[in-house]
Design a protein around this ligand. Structure first.
Ligand code: PLP
Length: 345
């Protein structure tokens, strides 16, 4: 069904209740701890469809104890940022790509469809209301967290009859203080983030909760994040909660920027897509979506063919990768180890 004929809430019906007790804004708070003054909520039920969107003072939500988002993880989320430009105007970074990914996650989670443009307009109004929270900075921004949960108040694994879409906002400070610290990664086939036919290409909470144990094991091995591998040939898939890029001289002696293809186990990152589109316009080197295995990477590291590796995502944009621990060994470090080349570009 085309977007414009999906039964949806309408931004024109937005009801706005402003807070009478605005908070004192902190300088720049730790990520994800202090939220702005308002939130957007939109309720849905199978019987009545979408209700009018509401912007109201930020506050707790009340859930039935049997609610299926709590029991069966019927939920999803998104993450995007608003920035303040030198001209003092606020801009969202490619928000329609997040709306599109959110719709795809909703379909996978059996949550109801909505009109992506209508949601974006509601978010735009929310950011406008809390615009004073957008930092005056070229590196910090306002993080926007759309969330969509089943509020089905009964047990049983079934399509929800009730759901709540809400959006909250918090400040996101500069990810790096000065020069980027290169990230260390632990690569072990013991844990799998996503698999063919699973939900790895959707932004669904279950993908993240079940990655925690591996994350803490990585720390036990002296690394900061997990390099997620897949399959018997130990394909490289993602780094922590980022897409991964390899800038190298490939097996055929060509300079190449490579990232794994979107085959269902990779989250289609907005930053990933932007890097691919941008670097393809440069025409400086081959830009490829291709499978990359640990054995190819280890050979390239030994032969010093790796110029740089980095993760990409909304949080840090570009995060350089320093060393990798794989099967108890460090197979080498990328050549451009100070690693700010890609972030500076
Ligand atoms: C698993 C995973 N991969 C990649 C990304 C990067 O996606 P984006 O560039 O849209 O932030 C994220 C962050 O959302 C993620 O959670």
């Amino acid at each position: 069904m085309a977007d414009n004929i999906i039964p949806s809430f309408k931004a024109a019906d937005l009801v706005i209740q402003l807070t009478s007790t605005p908070k004192i804004k902190p300088e720049v708070s730790t990520f994800g701890t202090i939220f702005t003054d308002h939130m957007l909520t939109i309720e849905w039920s199978a019987a009545e469809g979408w209700r009018a969107p509401l912007i109201k003072p930020f506050g707790n939500i009340s859930l039935h104890p049997a609610c299926s988002s709590l029991h069966y993880g019927v939920q999803l989320f998104e993450g995007l940022k608003a920035y303040r430009g030198d001209d003092n105007r606020l801009r969202l970074f490619r928000p329609m790509l997040n709306m599109k990914r959110m719709s795809k996650s909703a379909k996978r989670a059996c949550l109801p469809a909505f009109d992506q443009s209508e949601l974006l307009e509601c978010i735009r109004r929310l950011v406008e209301i809390d615009q004073d929270w957008v930092p005056h900075s070229d590196s910090a921004g306002l993080y926007i967290r759309p969330t969509f949960i089943s509020t089905e108040p009964s047990l049983g694994v079934k399509k929800p009859g009730h759901a709540l879409l809400y959006v909250i906002l918090c400040q996101a400070g500069a990810y790096f203080n000065n020069e980027a610290e290169a990230l260390s990664l632990w690569a072990d086939p013991k844990y799998t983030r996503a698999w063919i036919g699973g939900t790895g290409d959707c932004k669904i909470g279950g993908n993240y909760g079940c990655s925690l144990l591996a994350q803490y094991e990585a720390v036990d091995y002296g690394c900061q994040q997990v390099l997620w591998l897949y399959g018997d040939d130990h394909q490289i898939t993602e780094a922590g909660t980022m897409n991964i890029f390899l800038h190298w001289v490939n097996e055929d002696g060509e300079e190449e920027l490579a990232t794994p293809p979107l085959d269902g186990i990779i989250l289609p990152g907005v930053t990933r897509q932007s890097i691919l589109e941008l670097t393809r316009t440069w025409g400086e080197f081959k830009v490829t979506e291709r499978y990359l295995t640990m054995s190819q990477l280890c050979s390239a590291l030994r032969q010093q063919r790796v110029r740089e590796m980095f993760g990409s995502g909304t949080a840090c944009m570009i995060c350089p990768i320093g060393h990798i621990v794989y099967q108890g060994k460090t197979p080498g470090t990328p050549a451009g180890r100070s690693h700010s080349a890609w972030r500076r570009r």
